[in-house]
Every structure is written in C-alpha cells, then in structure tokens.
Write a protein that binds this ligand. Structure first.
Ligand code: SAM
Length: 290
C-alpha cells in the first residue's frame, strides 16, 4: 500500500474489515483512519488525494489487524468521547457506553439543585473505571466535587489522568477501595455502574466485550446482583439525609435491584429507560421511617 492516497487507504481498509466479517466495516474504517490521523469529518472528501507517508500507513495497517481480531475501535484509538469529555482508555477500564450518559443526564438536575441549596454537592462514584460518570458530572455541575473508587489501581490511574485531561482534577479524588471498605465520610449522591452481568452469560458475550473489557468490570456474580447487595448494605452509612443513590442496571434487573434496596431501607424515586427503551437507571432515597 506504499504511496497510497487517503481515499485509497480508506477503500482498502473498508474492504479488509468487510472481508473479515465486521458488520460495520465501512464505518469502522473511517473512524479508525480519522482517529489515527486526527482528521476532520470532511477530510475524506476534501483531502482524498493526499498521499500518506510510510508511518501513517503502518499505523493504519496495525490498527486494521487489531480490528480484525475484534478489538473495538475506541480501544485501538485509546480514547473515546463520553458526555462532553475526551476519555483515555486502558486495559483495566471498561469502555464507557452511551447508555451510561443517561445516568449522568438523570443526575445533573439533582446535583445542580443540591449545589443551589447548599453550595456544594459531594459525589461518590463506586467502580469509577475511566472516571466517566463522576468526571462528566463534575464537568456539567460547577460546584460539585467527587470521589471515584475502584478495586483496580490501573483504572484509578486512568481516572486521574482523565480528570487532568478534562480540567476537573482539582475537584476529583481517586481512591482504591473494595466498594465502601476505604471510603470515609458522607455524600450527597452515591452513584455506581457496577459489574452486573450474570457470570454464566459472560462467555456468550460478543468478542468485542468478552475479550477486551476487563472481567472485573463485567462479572456480577451468579445472578449479576452481587455488587448491588454490597452497595445497598453500605450506602446508608455514607449518604446524607435526602441524598440519592443512583445505579445503572441491566435491562432486566429493575425489580430485583429495587427489592434489594427496599430491604436496606431505600425507596425508589425514579426509573429511567435508555436510548433503546430498556430500563437502565434507578434512583433511590432513604425511605421515611414510619
Ligand atoms: C461496569 S464498570 C463501570 C466503569 C465506569 N463507572 C463506567 O460506567 O464506565 C464497573 C467498575 O467497577 C469496578 N469494580 C469491580 N469490583 C469492584 C469492587 N469490589 N470495588 C470497587 N470497584 C469494583 C471495576 O473495576 C469497574 O471499573
């Protein structure tokens, strides 16, 4: 492919990915090349005759080989957009999903109201991964501060880096903790997108997920609900009165997670669906004592 133009490189990449059986091969080729060469969305039209140098072609070839092995586009690029953020990914972090933005969007009005009422809003993000949820909230809600915890030191390093990249490091702290074990203090909002996949299902997931998202980010135990049980049991000690617990859940977990929370003294106040119409976000407060 020596001396290929941008348009020729795109055509070759589309063919290679489509021949490898990738359903969105054409789109993936475009996103990979645009990401690797830092191109504007219109560059394939306006700049198609531009000759690529050897290093650029080699980078494209390496990326295509990884995509053929089913590595997701954003993992190959090492970053992805989430909410208004540019997030670095690492092998220890889940790649944040668009549906998780629903959790962020659901919390923004609550966090904004809390800042208006009390001058601040302390957020605890359990299992922060890239920091996606907490950092997006800090970005969207001036005056909020956040603690992101994870069991994975590598994920926490990535979350700290993302706080820096996105200009919210002065309001974010990353803490290594097994759920609440090393968490101190009381928060206005406790949020989590914990691992919630039923263990026996993990082997059936798409290669893109099964081979590249860390198992620690997926495995929810025998019934997918282990993390919700642990978080529900500890949340009362770390939530201020009238504070909120917010979860992302699996599409069929609404009733079970609501029951777990009810057993631990919480009442559901909101249930929100994702872009595909599935139950995805639940909000709870401490139930009134009668
Ligand atoms: C589904 S991922 C969510 C990551 C990120 N919050 C997001 O929404 O993109 C779950 C996260 O929980 C972390 N995790 C798993 N077990 C944990 C534990 N016992 N204590 C704290 N974090 C844990 C994983 O490392 C992973 O980062």
């Amino acid at each position: 492919m020596s001396g290929a133009t941008l348009a020729e490189a795109l055509a070759t990449a589309r063919r290679r990915l489509s021949e490898a059986g990738l359903a969105d091969g054409a789109l993936d080729a475009r996103r990979l090349i645009a990401g690797l060469l830092d191109l504007s969305p219109t560059a394939f039209v306006t700049d198609g005759a531009r000759a690529l140098d050897g290093a650029q072609q080699a980078a494209i070839d390496r990326a295509l080989a990884r995509r053929v092995a089913r590595e997701p586009v954003h993992r190959i690029l090492g970053r992805r957009a989430f909410s208004r953020l540019d997030l670095a990914l690492s092998p220890e972090t889940l790649e944040p999903r668009p549906d998780t933005e629903v959790l962020v969007d659901t919390l923004v009005p609550h966090a904004t109201r809390m800042v208006g009422e009390t001058g601040g809003c302390r957020i605890l993000d359990l299992g922060t991964g890239t920091g996606a949820i907490c950092l997006a909230l800090l970005d969207l809600v001036a005056g909020a501060t956040g603690v992101g915890t994870d069991l994975s030191p590598g994920a926490l390093e990535t979350a700290r880096r993302n706080a820096d990249i996105n200009g919210v490091a002065d309001r974010f702290e990353a803490v290594e903790s097994d759920w609440f074990a090393a968490v101190a203090g009381v928060f206005d909002i406790i949020v989590s997108n914990p691992p919630y996949i039923v263990r026996s299902v993990i082997g059936t997931l798409d290669d893109e997920v099964r081979l590249y998202d860390p198992i620690l980010a997926l495995d929810g135990g025998d019934d997918g609900l282990d993390a919700y049980r642990t978080i529900a049991a500890g949340a009362g000690d770390h939530l201020r009165d009238n504070g909120l617990v917010a979860y992302e859940i699996g599409y069929d977990q609404k009733d079970q997670v609501t029951a777990i929370m009810r057993e631990n003294g919480f009442a559901r106040i909101e249930a929100v669906r994702d872009f595909g119409g599935n139950d995805r976000v639940l909000l709870f407060t401490k139930a009134a004592v009668v």
